[in-house]
Ligand binder design. Structure first.
Ligand code: PLP
Length: 356
């Protein structure tokens, strides 16, 4: 007999080290509960959540340096990246469009290319895991519809040289997309050039359900020009609303309301404080690991990748730590809001018992 769902409990974050999800802000949880039954996919019927979504897009625009943003709250970074490529494909003036990404780009771009029938050209990163501008330049041609830069890579937390990549895209006559799905809530405070104010960025992904502390599902796609959303829009005959630019139809009002509530509570000071806390905790963890003889990839944003022998990796997982590896094999700690010094101290103590 299965345990009834009423008796089941969600995974606690106590030992979750590699996830980009986190404990939502309490105001986000409450807002999600209130708007659970509203569908922002039909804002003419569900007007209140439609207005809230417009506020979220404005707030995300503030965060990413765009004063009159276009966009919507997506189901996550995957949908936002698919839609950025979708718009680029629809706007391209070639029958055989290609998209150029560094190999560090999230696997959602592979899904997108497959769905959209676009050639994906993945270009090796430099020795420090960032997009190699010369290699990207060599990969673009007159059929390039989109160049992608990553601002906060999933595996190493690296920020690509966004202004230089934007120039490569402009020279090739291609659009330029920045994937800041995870990094976007840290980058306004880190001193990087990454957003609409720093470079000729056409579209940008930033996810409230990651470091933004909204509930899942809550992703963000932003566009400099309305033309981008127009290129995605279809007519919607049976709804009160006339057209829809989203990939999904009915969407979660919970994700939209939660994003608004989290941003009201935390933008900008709360997010700045969290960036400072997480960055210094990442530096501390990196130093502790180095002190134990581990090779550590220097953290750029609050994410620490480090070499860990297989036996120690398996032992800490056995002890309940939810730890994942990069494609190249390093263990990876993402210093999300639920990750505390106390938690990492307990992790290191378990690690000590298994390191030679
Ligand atoms: N982009 C980046 C940089 C990510 O790290 C992730 C997920 O970790 C995604 C996109 C995909 O986001 P989601 O899982 O919300 O679809």
């Amino acid at each position: 007999m299965r345990t009834p769902v009423a008796e089941r409990r969600p995974q606690s974050f106590e030992r979750v080290l590699s996830s980009m999800c986190t404990e939502p802000h309490p105001a986000a949880r409450a807002a999600a509960d209130r708007f659970l039954t509203s569908n922002p996919g039909d804002p003419a019927t569900y007007g209140e959540i439609g207005d809230i979504e417009a506020d979220v897009v404005d707030a995300l625009g503030d965060l990413a340096g765009l004063s009159e943003p276009n966009g919507y709250v997506a189901s996550g970074g995957t949908e936002a990246n698919i839609q950025a490529m979708h718009a680029a494909r629809n706007l391209a003036e070639t029958a055989e469009p290609n998209v150029v990404t560094p190999t560090s780009a999230h696997f959602s771009f592979h899904k997108a290319a497959e769905l959209l029938g676009v050639e994906l050209r993945t270009v090796p990163t430099d020795a420090d895991h960032r997009a190699d501008v010369d290699a990207v330049t060599a990969a673009v041609d007159e059929d390039t519809a989109l160049v992608v830069g990553v601002a906060g890579s999933t595996e190493y937390g690296r920020v690509d040289p966004i202004p230089a990549l934007a120039d490569v895209a402009a020279d090739a006559g291609a659009r330029f997309h920045v994937d800041a799905a995870w990094g976007g809530y840290y980058l306004p405070f880190s001193g990087h050039d990454w957003g609409f104010a720093d470079a000729d960025v056409d579209t940008l992904t930033v996810d409230p359900h990651k470091a933004g502390r909204a509930v899942v599902p809550s992703g963000g796609i932003l566009a400099r020009e309305q033309e981008t959303l127009d290129a995605l829009a279809v007519e919607t005959p049976y709804l009160e609303t006339q057209s829809q630019a989203t990939l999904t139809g009915t969407r979660s009002g919970a994700g939209v309301a939660a994003a608004a509530a989290a941003m009201e509570a935390l933008w900008p000071d709360g997010y700045r404080e969290e960036y400072e806390r997480a960055a210094s905790l990442a530096d501390w963890l990196a130093a502790e690991l180095r002190g134990r003889g581990c090779r550590v990839v220097d953290p750029e944003l609050p994410l620490v990748a480090f070499e860990l022998p297989e036996a120690a990796f398996s032992a800490v997982r056995e002890a309940g730590w939810r730890l994942a590896r990069t494609g190249a094999g390093e263990a990876r700690v993402v210093v999300m809001p639920h990750v505390t010094r106390e938690m990492l101290t307990a992790f290191l103590a378990d690690l000590d018992a298994h390191l030679d």
